[in-house]
Design a protein around this ligand. Structure first.
Ligand code: SF4
Length: 308
């Protein structure tokens, strides 16, 4: 397509995209889609989208190829109806997604449209191993994204910061399983263990627990690095001496609070360079969590009720 006049109105941009892309869909030899669910009872593939490009891909080209993980197979259409409701409500809060398409083979003689050939490629990529191990629960994931949307870490740093295809809590469990723990070792540690992801997951996947299992493995295989192991040992020694722990954290947080100055943020911190190289680090407010909790609790208890 030659150079066209620059358009800025949303409707014009959409029309231009439609004009350019539609021709590509019509001329394509093959369209490749994923599949949200595969239904064993009928041999169908369910594709759920809110935009409709998926339907252009599976209807217009001569060949439709579906690639989907083996965990996407559900037994019956009744099972599908339950999962479709869960998916839409957990993902975007809709009662149903805008487009839900079931493809069951190539175009029949009296069909008006559809591909001449239809292929489904089932992907294992390690999934059958998880079936028999402690990460089995992860195979229930329907990729609704609720855990991402409610994760405070994901909300602060965004999806691209994770560096892999699947971001957020579910990605931090899945990615190390797919690419190996050594390569994905930072992901299970990018979590505060607040448990919000598990409480919103429609499939009741124990995400914090699975992340913890990755951490155990990391530590067991000594993949967490010398510095981290030393820090953990130090923390372990302090954690069993609560007085020391409180005293040191009080000093540390006060000091960092003062060093953070009026801005309340660090542009550079020697021990946190991985963070401060590309963003500011918020300084503590000058009080440890335990001290703040104690202060708040003391306020709530009337002086006459306080222990001596
Ligand atoms: S882990 Fe749960 S909440 Fe997260 S995408 Fe999967 S099903 Fe949705």
């Amino acid at each position: 397509m030659g150079k066209t006049e620059r358009v800025t109105e949303v409707a014009s941009i959409v029309n231009e995209a439609r004009e350019v892309l539609r021709d590509g869909f019509l001329r394509a030899d093959a369209g490749i889609t994923g599949g949200n669910f595969l239904i064993a009872e009928t041999g169908s593939v369910a594709l759920v989208t809110n935009e409709g490009n998926g339907d252009l891909t599976n209807t217009l080209p001569r060949v439709h190829i579906v690639t989907a993980g083996i965990e996407k197979v559900v037994p019956t259409l009744d099972d599908l109806s339950v999962l479709l409701r869960l998916l839409a409500r957990s993902a975007t809060g809709q009662e149903a997604s805008v487009y839900t398409t079931l493809s069951t083979g190539p175009r029949r003689a009296d069909d008006l449209d559809g591909p001449e050939a239809f292929h489904v490629v089932l992907i294992d990529n390690g999934r059958s191993q998880w079936l028999g191990n402690e990460f089995r629960d992860m195979l229930r994931c329907i990729r609704c994204g609720a855990c991402l949307n409610h994760c405070p870490v994901w909300n602060s740093i965004g999806g691209h910061a994770y560096g892999w295809v699947y971001p957020g809590p579910m990605g931090s469990v899945l990615t190390p399983l797919m690419i190996g723990l050594e390569e994905g070792k930072h992901l299970p540690n990018a979590c505060t263990m607040n448990g919000r992801c598990q409480s919103v997951c429609p499939m009741s996947i124990p995400l914090p627990n699975l992340l913890r299992k990755h951490r155990f493995r990391l530590h067991g295989q000594a993949l967490d690095g010398r510095g981290a192991r030393l820090a953990l040992k130090l923390w372990g020694a302090l954690a069993v001496r609560p007085r020391w722990y409180r005293w040191l954290t009080r000093i540390g947080t006060s000091l960092l609070g003062i060093l953070g100055g009026k801005r309340g943020r660090f542009r550079y911190l020697p021990l946190a360079r991985g963070w401060t190289d590309s963003r500011d680090l918020p300084a503590p407010h000058g009080q440890s969590f335990v001290a703040a909790w104690q202060r708040q609790n003391n306020k709530r208890v009337r002086p006459s009720e306080r222990c001596a």
